[in-house]
Design a protein around this ligand. Structure first.
Ligand SMILES: [Zn+2]
Length: 200
């Protein structure tokens, strides 16, 4: 948990960090492939063509140590995070490129930010949701993303004649995006080899 005073102090930093990340991705990222476009529509994104995706070798943590510490403690962004989605930015660690459920999950977050009216508003709602929950529950926005991604992937797998998620295997979904480095100075706390999927 995080107290209200700390929350109020960190919120503007979180908003700013998210905006900076989104700007970077919009500038350096690529439009979605047809498959990801389809999933973005499925996730309820109104303007999927605006989304840019950036494949990275590591997900950036906030530079501000207080913000980085809080987001790790709450479990929002940790060294194990493999994908993030907000605003019109989708950031995928290269080893998560084939994880459809994880990407769908973050496309739901993008749809949520659209509905919130602005990235800033979504960050406020999402963080308030995550930090104010009395029993360490994950909050309704996070729950929606998890549930939707799980449902789609479960339905998809059971719809396959052989029970496998044909069409999203490694041979059929090459990451055609060349990995690009994350912005310099954004790698605080990164520990190689830790695999702790984005809260799933
Ligand atoms: Zn999430």
């Amino acid at each position: 948990m995080i107290d209200q005073k700390t929350f109020e102090q960190l919120l503007p930093l979180a908003v700013q960090w998210t905006k900076t990340q989104e700007e970077f991705v919009l500038k350096h990222g690529n439009p979605l492939s047809a498959r990801h476009l389809a999933d973005a529509k499925l996730a309820g994104v109104q303007h999927p063509a605006r989304i840019r995706v950036l494949a990275v070798d590591r997900i950036p943590l906030p530079e501000d140590s207080r913000l980085a510490e809080a987001s790790k403690r709450i479990g929002i962004i940790t060294e194990g995070t493999r994908c993030m989605g907000f605003g019109y930015a989708l950031i995928i660690r290269v080893d998560a490129w084939n994880d459809r459920e994880l990407i769908l999950h973050n496309l739901v977050h993008i749809a949520q930010s659209e509905r919130a009216g602005s990235l800033e508003q979504w960050v406020r709602e999402y963080l308030a949701d995550r930090t104010n929950c009395p029993k360490f529950t994950i909050g309704s926005l996070e729950e929606e993303a998890r549930r939707f991604a799980r449902e789609v992937c479960t339905a998809f797998v059971t719809a396959q004649p052989n029970g496998k998620g044909k069409g999203f295997g490694p041979n059929n979904n090459p990451a055609r995006v060349t990995p690009k480095p994350t912005p310099p100075g954004h790698h605080f706390g990164w520990q190689k080899g830790k695999h702790n999927p984005h809260r799933m």
